[in-house]
Design a protein around this ligand. Structure first.
Ligand SMILES: [Zn+2]
Length: 219
């Protein structure tokens, strides 16, 4: 992970606000929603995952931010899974000075609804040439996909350099490798009886309890 100690907290805070501004401009970041989270708590902030990568210039900008954060680290492979993460991962690989290859894993839900990821044989061969891997995700919701990608890299004898993503829905989520998110912010959440939107009589616009079919349930 790049040396964050040299960056003062205020710089980090300003940078984070600028980064959040880019996400806002993509139209993916909703700040006036009224959502019931799986925990039962309410929030007004939401990232519409499908909209994050619809504007190529912004996707390149977001990819550049992630690549920059890992620019001093040798990276042989950028690994993603999922369509949006793939678009972003391509941009990260393009912007990284180490000119890593970009590869993606296929993702499947098992009968027990667990996420499983796998690589096509053509990609497996790349690990013999250099297995330093930067994992890229768009929105990390539960962390399950990231953990599966980590296991995949380890099973291939590779080394995870870090994880780069747009946003983790909860910054309390921890991985065993450095994780950088473009937006480092826990959305404010409220118990239903303390929710300011409920008090104003604003109707609930989304309820995130749909299970795996729900786009937000699966990162
Ligand atoms: Zn509410």
């Amino acid at each position: 992970m790049p040396n964050r100690e040299k960056v003062t907290p205020i710089d980090e805070a300003i940078l984070e606000r600028l980064n959040r501004g880019i996400l806002l401009r993509t139209g993916a970041y909703k700040t006036d929603d009224h959502i019931v989270l799986r925990s039962g708590r309410h929030t007004s902030e939401y990232v519409a995952k499908a909209l994050v990568t619809t504007e190529p210039t912004f996707t390149e900008g977001l990819g550049g931010i992630i690549a920059d954060r890992f620019s001093r680290f040798p990276v042989d492979l950028v690994l993603t899974t999922g369509y949006g993460a793939g678009l972003l991962g391509h941009c990260v690989a393009r912007a990284h000075p180490g000119r890593p290859r970009f590869i993606f894993a296929t993702k499947e839900k098992t009968g027990t609804k667990r996420t499983e990821v796998s690589l096509v044989p053509e990609y497996r061969a790349f690990f013999a040439e250099g297995g330093r891997v930067l994992i890229v995700e768009d929105i990390v919701t539960t962390g399950e996909t990231v953990r599966e990608l980590i296991k995949l890299v380890e099973s291939m004898g590779g080394q995870v350099v870090g994880i780069g993503a747009i946003w983790q829905r909860s910054t309390r989520m921890k991985f065993k490798y450095p994780c950088f998110t473009v937006v480092a912010r826990d959305v404010p959440t409220f118990a239903p009886d303390e929710c300011p939107m409920c008090r104003q009589g604003i109707p609930v616009t989304r309820t995130l309890e749909g299970g795996p079919a729900d786009e937000e349930s699966d990162d």
